[in-house]
Design a protein around this ligand. Structure first.
Ligand SMILES: Cc1cc2nc3c(=O)[nH]c(=O)nc-3n(C[C@H](O)[C@H](O)[C@H](O)COP(=O)(O)OP(=O)(O)OC[C@H]3O[C@@H](n4cnc5c(N)ncnc54)[C@H](O)[C@@H]3O)c2cc1C
Length: 416
């Protein structure tokens, strides 16, 4: 649906900018958790998501995510989980992590097993396009408007925000910026963000391996980056190979056979021979943290608020927790008949999620500095600590619960 003007008309209660996974989940949670009427909500994107039938009939999306248990619960509340599970999603039951200085299958590798904490799996590997299409389907069923248009201006007036989409204007009492890492909403609202360049590029592709992946996510810290093999439902694996940009660029120019040999070497032969089963794509890696997530009548969620290194597979998981936390805070406000755009209410969301996200970002950076690329005394200590963690069931439980999104202050949708 093309966006149509409601400039002079009654404003929407909330407009979500961005129909990526986090924007779509935000809209559904505002309807299902906060008590907003579906007909008073709209999601705007310059490119609307595909229908699930079309995505399911197409070949696999190279962008896949490891989604945590907390994300699974949130997506259930959104009404999208059954479609996601039915469309090529595969659970992973273990994580096998080791450092380049030790052999993959020795006692020094760190193994997290869902069974050790009485869980059926640690999470599910899902394609970005499947996640998006499943959420968009739930949105249409819920009767929330999905509008096509690019936000180019944003002005505040008493009681509403005007969003300019070319020649058209939409009005809302609350705007949720879910428009990704290069967020225009963040910029138009004057919210500043700290950025950092990792000097790394992630290569992503699908591969076949001689040895079965055993529903295990394999990750090797290389000394100059990280290599992850995520297990797919059909026996193949999706690789995320984060490397100094010069090496990543060189690898992209190699013939498949030469690429495969370097890949096997970097995984230290843990899964035997490897064969490329797709094209290779690249993502330059950088981090971002917005200084403020909110201002009057506006809140940022997902990559618009924070971008983290993919080595821990947490970006989308953190974004879904943002969406659920915002829904909780607004539910409380609406129950007390407060204006959903009141900055006082939105600040509660900012305090909650900014501290949780900063904690995770700091942990991910420590992994990157000490294990993935570390050298020197501290890095050596961290590497020596891995077998210790492996032997301590308490330390392992703490790691697993964090990775599954079940630690910290949980929003209602993630807690059930
Ligand atoms: C290599 C790699 C691997 C990753 N692996 C994982 C993983 O395993 N697990 C995990 O949880 N996370 C992972 N992530 C992170 C994850 O990709 C992101 O956190 C997630 O995609 C962010 O979703 P989003 O909805 O916030 O933003 P996006 O998906 O970027 O969506 C933003 C939307 O906003 C729209 N938009 C932008 N500007 C405008 C505008 N002006 N007007 C209208 N619409 C606009 C865009 O069209 C887009 O649809 C990985 C990232 C990388 C790079």
């Amino acid at each position: 649906m093309k966006a149509s003007m409601n400039g002079g008309a009654t404003p929407y209660d909330a407009i979500i900018v961005g129909a990526g996974p986090i924007g779509l989940a935000s809209a559904l949670l505002l309807a299902r958790q906060s008590g907003f009427a579906s007909t008073r909500l709209a999601v705007v994107d310059r490119r609307l998501p595909e229908e699930l039938d079309k995505v399911a009939a197409a070949s696999m999306d190279l962008r896949v995510f490891a989604l945590s248990r907390a994300s699974e619960r949130i997506l259930r509340v959104c009404g999208a989980w059954d479609d996601i599970r039915a469309t090529r999603a595969g659970p992973y039951e273990r994580m096998h992590v080791w450092h380049a200085d030790v052999p993959p299958h020795g006692g020094e590798a760190l193994i997290f097993d869902a069974a050790e904490i009485g869980e059926r799996d640690l999470g599910v590997i899902v394609e970005n396009s499947v996640l998006q299409a499943s959420l968009a389907g739930a949105l249409r069923r819920a009767g929330i408007a999905l509008l096509e248009g690019e936000v180019t201006s944003l002005t505040q007036e008493r009681g509403a925000v005007n969003l300019g989409l070319g020649d058209e204007t939409l009005r809302a009492r609350l705007v949720v910026g879910a428009d990704g890492a290069a967020s225009r909403v963040r910029e138009l609202a004057g919210l500043t963000a700290a950025r950092g360049d990792y000097g790394q590029t992630a290569l992503v592709a699908m591969v076949e391996t001689a040895r079965p992946h055993q529903h295990t996510a394999w990750q090797r810290f290389l000394g100059e980056g990280t290599l992850a093999f995520l297990p797919l439902h059909d026996g193949r694996s999706s690789i995320v190979w984060s490397l100094p940009t010069a090496r990543a660029d060189r690898l992209l120019t190699l013939a498949p056979e030469a690429f495969e040999r370097e890949l096997e070497q970097d995984l230290d032969g843990a899964l035997g021979k490897v064969r490329l089963a797709s094209e290779r794509i690249r993502f330059p890696l950088w981090k971002l943290s917005a200084e403020h997530y909110v201002t009057a009548r506006l809140a940022l969620v997902g990559d618009a608020a924070h971008v983290v290194h993919p080595l821990a597979g947490q970006g989308a998981n953190l974004g879904l927790l943002d969406a659920a936390a915002l829904a909780d805070v607004l539910a409380e406000g609406l129950a007390q008949r407060e204006d959903p755009g009141a900055e006082r209410i939105l600040r509660r969301y900012e305090r909650w999620r900014r501290s949780e996200n900063e904690l995770m970002a700091a942990a991910i950076d420590a992994f990157d500095r000490l294990l993935a690329r570390g050298s020197g005394k501290f890095a050596e200590l961290a590497q020596r600590g891995m077998p210790w963690v492996n032997r301590s069931s308490l330390a392992k439980r703490v790691f697993i619960e964090r990775a599954m999104g079940l630690a910290g202050e949980l929003p209602a949708a993630a807690a059930r």
